[in-house]
Design a protein around this ligand. Structure first.
Ligand code: NAI
Length: 328
């Protein structure tokens, strides 16, 4: 048995939290020989709900769950954190402009960044799930100057998993047969799910992408707008699948990506593929268990490049807006 790992989860009383916490308690986040200490962060008005969730966690009597503590203060919640799952965020309200949304989230992610800087463990790794995820991760990372930027990532794993499922259906193979999917850019409708470097069974994504009508009018919009389709069908947003993607992201980050495959995550750009330095941009990435490495050397045709450029342009605009608000 390894020593306990401290995992701080924000937005613990929310929908995604309700899936994520139980799977974490069951040992699916960090593996079946790693005990977990949970530190939950909520806003004061939701602490009572978080207490109810903690009661249910107690009632599972998980062998790997060492402790559960609840806070409404980020500094306390991130004390000693080895892993931070930043799920709680401010949703876009009626009539809210992008600047209002970024400002409201800046008021959450800037103080959380400072708390991580001051209180988390030296080896802390942060996954931002709460939207707008890339910009929230940028804000948190920029407010944690002592934490290496590569320890922050934002989640595009749900988009990645959605793209795998769609390509598998199109190719008529099981989703376990799909490898090397890539999500580029922003976790928004401009994201670019790239099949050209993927493999589906014994066929290449490039071959399957020859069906241009499928690629342009089915695959790309289905992946990019899947969240809205789920809200329309369920009357509620993606909850279990988002929690599942967060588990996949952290499991691969700590446990390593399978050989011959990669995954997707938004990470701090250091200029790969011409993406400006310091943008939190989704790339295909591998992990050796210690950290993410961007997969280099993939070539894009004009179809892919135009879409990647559009998503990067959106990220640049968001960064300008965040900068203008004094959040970074
Ligand atoms: P939710 O509204 O059910 O829960 C959010 C929780 O965060 C609430 O309990 C709220 O009280 C809490 N919260 C708000 N401000 C907080 C703060 N300052 N500190 C701590 N907690 C705070 O939302 P849900 O469904 O759990 O989604 C959470 C976020 O994840 C949303 O921003 C959503 O858009 C995003 N999301 C991201 C995905 C991705 O692929 N990156 C996929 C699906 C959702």
């Amino acid at each position: 048995m390894t020593p306990p790992v401290t995992v701080t989860v924000t937005g613990a009383a929310g929908s995604i939290g309700y899936s994520l916490l139980f799977r974490t308690g069951a040992g699916q986040l960090l593996g079946s020989d790693t005990p977990v200490r949970l530190r939950l962060l909520e806003i004061p008005s939701a602490v009572r709900v978080a207490e109810g969730v903690a009661m249910e966690l107690d009632d599972c009597a998980f062998p790997l769950l060492d402790s559960v503590d609840i806070f409404d203060d980020p500094r306390q919640a991130f004390e000693g954190a080895n892993v931070g799952l930043l799920v709680g965020a401010r949703p876009r309200g009626k009539g809210m402009e992008r600047a209002d949304l970024l400002q409201a989230n800046g008021a959450i992610f800037a103080p959380q960044g400072r708390a991580i800087n001051d209180a988390a463990a030296d080896d802390v790794r942060i996954l931002v799930v709460g939207n707008p995820a890339n910009s929230n991760a940028l804000i948190a990372a920029s407010n944690a100057p002592d934490v290496p930027k590569e320890r922050f990532s934002a989640m595009t794993r749900l988009d990645h998993n959605r793209a795998i499922a769609q390509l598998a259906k199109h190719a008529g193979v099981h989703q376990s047969q799909v490898r090397r999917m890539s999500i580029w850019g922003n976790h928004s409708t401009t994201q670019y799910p790239d099949v050209f470097h993927a493999l589906a069974g014994d066929r290449t994504g490039a071959e399957l992408a020859q069906d241009a009508a499928w690629l342009e009018h089915d695959f790309i919009p289905t992946v990019a707008r899947r969240g809205a389709a789920i809200i329309e069908a369920r009357g509620a947003s993606s909850q279990a699948s988002a929690a599942d993607a967060a588990i996949d992201h952290v499991r691969d980050w700590f446990g390593g990506t399978p050989s011959g495959d990669w995954t997707s995550a938004a990470v701090w750009s250091t200029g790969h593929y011409g993406v400006p330095d310091g943008l939190m941009c989704s790339f295909p990435v591998t992990s050796d268990g210690k950290g993410w490495t961007v997969v280099d050397g993939l070539e894009h045709g004009p179809f892919s490049q135009a879409r990647i450029d559009a998503s990067i342009a959106e990220l640049v605009e968001e960064r300008e807006a965040v900068r203008a608000l004094g959040l970074i």
